[in-house]
Design a protein around this ligand. Structure first.
Ligand code: PLP
Length: 963
């Protein structure tokens, strides 16, 4: 029928978002269905998904909205947020995101759609930005070894406690000390973690720490109420008692202050938020973490290191990758996987753009403003709790209610949680007018104070609010990178030069199995940088955050509908954090029933490494369940182990569809067996992209799951974070969901501890998932799942005959991903999965997931967003690579002089005068015609992993090294 004959509603339906999100059009789908041998999408789904787990009715999520509608509706909701001037502090400060960074990093798909840099040859840009982050951390903290971001300050402090326990020589001690001037949310997150590890904690004034037998201590610098204390003697005394000392520090204050590293601290951590990352009602932000060299094997999170490529050129990579969680499993240091790469990059660019001088000016101005505010208030007779400060003062008041009322009327938020006192923190956005307003608020009108006069008076008297001996005397950010890009043109080009080194979704498909690299639609991303979402402090009164609350509640309801659970917690900041929170709920549930002894966690051998790592974090003992030759959980083994351990069985952690890429027919039995023996079922929700609208964890019979909103629900990967890992639970687990010590969450038990620093985790990226669900509607979401399954089966079918597909389910179908087995080829030709992965770069593609869950294989997940043309380009590349392997097998090419072994090829190779290989430059760089039209050049040759780990360098090398 021609469009001119359609009704208005038919025409409008054709304009919805669903067909933009889903890659293949109707004609392509028809042709793909023919290839896979199914008569329709329905037919394919019936052949693939077991009938026993299919949902009886469609999702009740309403119709899809157009981009325009959904944006307008969300804008109306966002406007219900009231943007007050925030002086709350407590680790969150307003900041000025340099516009060149806002638009060219945060709002740029070249940066936000990249994956974790596991393929470093096509990721040198973000690896460089992360190395800059580490260098910045090293300079500011005064410690020599830094990691490339943790999730937030609270969890970083909890990681520091775990590190202290690992490295402390006081092996008998079980007590961790927390100074009482640590931010309250940090104390709470650490206490939650301590309880799970079975450590004792003590919160008391810092100077009492030496009276106790401790394995570790946590101090804050400056303290939560603002005071700056010289920590050197305390640290020395504690260390004399074999106590490992961690200092949580404010990054901006460190620009002016003597570093905790110089004062002897063993570890220093904090939030890098105020280096240009919006508060966003709690996140996402990067935490920094630094420690001593000798603790490098205990450092949580990823470290970027400098190594060299086959040409001897310096090249960056993730160092000590064998320590990554996928391999260490229950021996892992921590369960962190997704971190905060995009935000770490923003903070490091902020430091690059401002440089040491610019940062000093910013920090000094903040401090000067605080001096002026303090001087004025003291002049008028108000008493301060602290006599030293960087940017925060705590004012003793006897008319607190009255002052708070005036503040709210003036649209200003103060810190109000302290008895008889009010806290005020200033930041780089603070103006003279703000100070004048604060005088009015504290003193009432007619006080007569003038900012300019106070400023002048301080000039002559000098301020001693930072004790002289605590002023920084060492240089920071002396490396060239922090002293070169201070004009906007230079900065713009620097950012672009790094972006150009990286392959992201805006270049080609990234078919990483288990990671669901689907479209991150622009309309989903737009609201993230609306000030209505960006400028809210996480501890702002909830009545100022009505837009957020409405959005969070609606998203939560939608996710409950999708998962078949009863309740949901939005707090965990990553999938692994969700696992941790979900396991806490399970443990607390058992404890509440007098079953505290239950501590066995069954985990199939195919599980993601975070599963055993999380189980270990809550003190559970991991027992591995075998898989059969088809990749399914071995039911006999499960039955035997569940029965044998029934007395102490706590739970199973199972991924569905399994990481082997098949819908196991027996999943309901798996749940039943565990339940029969008194255990709970944790279903890892990373593979929800194969469930949405067709089945659900709740329907299958699971008790709790995390969702990776940065996989199935369109939050981009950001080069390795941010993410969100909310957990859904059945009602019996709801009383054990995380709460928050500063902002109460009403759906859960009041005394429950927090797992993240902010009450709703990284709230400012939730609009992405919200927009996705609204624009897809119930039908659209189901269609997305179906097409994800179609795309995976299409790839599996096209590659069959060239490579063996390792596991298949009913009717020889795969789920939303498939594993191809390279082990026999390796045996026959010597060509490794690594060679294939790197050769794919020459063809313009990112490699699929390598050697997970089975060594020597590639796991391909195309997602629904890839069109047939792109799937064909990818399959053609794989088939062409297979033909290349054949030439190595047949001896036409020898073991090393072949394009697989030497992949990826760089311009340095192609321009090398002495090219003398047995294959041509053209074959090296343009292995397929499609490549000529859209060539991506890896910027370094294959990187030497062993060299990098033997010579660990995690700071910026001197610039000469590059010459
Ligand atoms: C990605 C993933 C996780 C971990 O999620 P993060 O957000 O990276 O912490 C856990 N399990 C599976 C199967 C995954 O694919």
């Amino acid at each position: 029928m021609s469009d001119t004959n359609l009704s208005l509603s038919q025409l409008e339906q054709k304009q919805d978002f669903v067909r933009r999100h889903i890659g293949p059009g109707e004609a392509e789908m028809a042709s793909m269905l023919e290839t896979v041998g199914a008569s329709s999408l329905d037919d394919l789904i019936q052949q693939t998904v077991p009938a026993a787990i299919r949902l009886p009715q469609p999702l009740k999520l309403g119709e899809s909205q157009t981009e325009t509608e959904a944006l307008a509706n969300l804008k109306a909701m966002a406007k219900k947020n009231k943007i007050f001037r925030s002086h709350i502090g407590m680790g969150y400060h307003d900041t000025l995101t340099p516009n060149v960074i806002l638009r060219n990093v945060l709002e740029n798909p070249g940066w936000y759609t990249a994956y974790t840099p596991y393929q470093p040859e096509i990721a040198q840009g973000r690896l460089q930005a992360l190395l800059n982050f580490q260098q910045m951390t090293i300079d500011l903290t005064g410690l020599p070894l830094a990691s490339a971001s943790l999730l937030d300050e609270g969890t970083a402090a909890a990681e520091a406690m775990a590190l202290a326990k690992r490295v402390s020589k006081n092996k008998k001690a079980n007590l961790f000390f927390i100074a009482d001037d640590v931010h309250p949310q940090t104390i709470n997150v650490v206490q939650t973690r301590a309880e799970m590890f079975g450590f004792e904690t003590l919160v008391a004034p810092a100077d009492e720490a030496t009276q106790h037998d401790l394995f570790g201590a946590l101090l804050q610098y400056p303290g939560t109420t603002g005071a700056i204390t010289h920590l050197e003697t305390l640290i020395k005394d504690l260390q004399a008692n074999k106590t490992v000392v961690t200092v949580a520090a404010d990054i901006m204050s460190l620009v002016l202050l003597k570093s905790p590293g110089e004062m002897g601290a063993d570890a220093v951590l904090g939030s890098a938020q105020r280096f240009g990352v919006p508060m966003g009602y709690g996140g996402p932000h990067a935490a920094f973490f630094a420690t001593r060299d000798e603790h490098k094997r205990s450092l949580p999170g990823r470290i970027i290191g400098v190594s060299q490529d086959t040409r001897g050129k310096p090249a960056l990579r993730m160092a000590l990758q064998t320590r990554e969680q996928h391999i260490r499993r229950e021996k892992a240091n921590s369960n962190i996987c997704t971190a905060q790469v995009l935000l770490a990059n923003m903070a490091s660019f902020y430091a690059v753009y401002h440089g040491p001088k610019g940062l000093k000016t910013i920090a000094s101005r903040i401090h000067r403003m605080t001096d002026i505010l303090a001087t004025g208030l003291k002049q008028k007779g108000l008493a301060l709790l602290n006599s030293t400060w960087f940017d925060t003062i705590t004012v003793k008041v006897d008319n607190k209610d009255e002052i708070v009322k005036r503040a709210l009327a003036a649209e200003v938020n103060l810190r109000t949680d302290l008895d008889g006192m009010l806290g005020v923190s200033l930041d780089e956005t603070t103006t003279r007018a703000d100070i004048a307003k604060l005088f009015d608020i504290f003193l009432g009108e007619g006080h007569g104070l003038e900012v300019a006069k106070l400023d002048a008076a301080i000039t002559t008297e000098g301020s001693h609010s930072i004790p002289l001996e605590l002023l920084r005397t060492t240089d920071i950010l002396t490396h060239e990178v922090f002293n070169s890009y201070h004009s906007e043109t230079e900065m713009l080009r620097y950012i672009k030069s790094l972006e150009d080194k990286d392959l992201a979704l805006n270049h080609s498909m990234i078919s990483l199995g288990s990671c669901t690299m689907k479209l991150n639609a622009t309309a989903e991303m737009i609201p993230v940088t609306w000030p209505e979402f960006g400028k809210l402090h996480p501890f702002a009164p909830v009545d100022q955050a009505q837009g957020y609350q409405e959005m969070i509640n609606e998203l939560s309801d939608a996710l409950i509908e999708i998962t078949g659970y009863d309740n949901l917690s939005m707090q965990p900041n990553s999938g692994a954090q969700g696992e941790y929170a979900g396991l806490i709920a399970i443990r607390k549930y058992h404890e509440s029933r007098g079953d505290a002894h239950r501590n066995i966690c069954l985990i199939p051998s195919s599980a993601h490494g975070t599963n055993p790592a999380s189980a270990q974090m809550i003190g559970y003992k991991v027992v591995v369940v075998d898989c059969d030759k088809n990749g399914n959980v071995d039911l006999a083994d499960l039955k035997a182990k569940a029965a044998e351990m029934a007395e102490n069985l706590a739970c199973i952690m199972v991924t569905y569809p399994s990481t082997h890429g098949v819908y196991e027919e027996t999943i309901k039995q798996v749940c039943d067996i565990v339940h029969e023996h008194g255990g709970q079922v944790y279903m890892d929700g990373a593979n929800m992209n194969a469930q949405v609208g067709l089945t659900s964890p709740g329907h299958i019979g699971s008790d709790v799951s995390h969702l990776n909103l940065h996989k199935t629900f369109c939050i981009p990967h950001g080069g390795g974070g941010p993410g969100m890992g909310p957990i859904g639970v059945k009602s019996h687990l709801a009383p054990f969901l995380p709460n928050h010590p500063v902002v109460a969450i009403d759906v859960t038990g009041r005394d429950n501890g927090a797992v993240s620093a902010a009450p709703w985790g990284s709230a400012s990226i939730l609009p992405i998932s919200y927009m996705y669900i609204k624009m897809m509607g119930g039908e659209g979401l189901k269609k997305a799942t179906e097409v994800a399954i179609l795309n995976a089966n299409y790839v599996a079918k096209r590659l069959t005959g060239h490579f063996p597909v390792l596991y298949k389910g009913r009717n020889d179908r795969v789920a939303h991903e498939c594993i191809i087995d390279l082990r026999d080829l390796k045996e026959a030709s010597g060509v490794t999965e690594m060679d294939v992965a790197k050769r794919l770069n020459d063809y313009g593609f990112h490699a699929p997931t390598m050697s997970f869950p089975v060594a020597g294989t590639l796991m391909i997940e195309p997602t629904e967003s890839e069109a047939k043309a792109e799937l064909d380009r990818f399959c053609d590349a794989m088939i062409s690579i297979r033909e290349e392997i054949a030439k190595v097998e047949s001896g036409e090419w020898n073991d090393t002089d072949n394009p697989l072994h030497n992949a990826p090829h760089t311009l340095d190779d192609i321009c090398d005068e002495s090219w003398n290989r047995s294959y041509s430059r053209t074959l090296a760089a343009y292995p397929a015609d499609a490549v000529r039209r859209n060539k991506f050049w890896p910027t370094v040759n294959r990187i030497d992993d062993v060299f990098g780990d033997r010579n660990l360098v995690c700071s910026c090398p001197a610039t000469d090294t590059y010459r």
